[in-house]
Ligand binder design. Structure first.
Ligand SMILES: Nc1ncnc2c1ncn2[C@@H]1O[C@H](COP(=O)(O)OP(=O)(O)OP(=O)(O)O)[C@@H](O)[C@H]1O
Ligand SMILES: [Mg+2]
Length: 165
């Protein structure tokens, strides 16, 4: 099952993140893909809020991973935009995060597909032609846990966000 959502503002994308943030469990992995400015960080900021993290979440730049430990569970925010070789992702020791006690969110996960875990929730964000502030989010679960998470998300968000086509 995949779920396609349509948001028409940054706040709506963040709201999807908030809903996810309330549902995530230790060991969950969310892989975010989509072009520059698609809303990956917006979604992550909402997720952080949903996890109960009071600090402002900004994209990790040179460090590649930011850890937040002030919420209901740890958030590991990874951004692979700047990596040049897949080995750099391997060198980060990402498995420590993926299989750790927190939730891991990876922006630009498609830069190092081989370093990503088989089971995850894939979130593909894209622009919708026409409206500057419209985005389409396609969520695809890989594994039983993520089927469950996606079903719970669908029940938690406003039906109006679910795309019909
Ligand atoms: N529906 C929407 N959802 C999310 N962001 C939106 C939406 N409409 C407009 N925006 C704007 O698009 C931008 C999204 O920026 P964001 O940093 O989240 O993108 P990103 O995918 O993380 O980009 P990057 O690849 O540079 O990390 C913000 O400036 C936000 O205000
Ligand atoms: Mg970003």
């Amino acid at each position: 099952m995949t779920l396609t959502l349509e948001t028409s503002s940054p706040e709506q994308t963040a709201a999807v993140g908030i809903a996810l943030g309330r549902l995530v469990q230790p060991g969950d992995v969310l892989l975010l893909q989509g072009p520059l400015g698609a809303g990956k960080t917006q979604l992550t900021q909402g997720l952080a809020q949903g996890v109960g993290i009071p600090e402002e979440v900004t994209s990790p730049t040179f460090i590649l991973v930011n850890e937040y430990r002030t919420g209901r569970l740890p958030l590991y925010h990874v951004d692979l935009y700047r990596i040049e070789r897949v080995e750099e992702a391997t060198d980060l020791g990402l498995d420590e995060y993926f299989f750790g006690p927190g939730v891991t969110v990876v922006e630009w996960a498609d830069r190092a597909p081989a370093a990503m875990p088989d089971e995850h929730l894939l979130v593909e964000l894209r622009y919708v032609s026409g409206q500057e502030t419209d985005r389409r989010l396609r969520l695809t679960p890989r594994g039983e846990r993520y089927e469950q998470l996606l079903a719970a998300l669908k029940a938690a968000i406003p039906a109006a966000l679910v795309a019909s086509g």
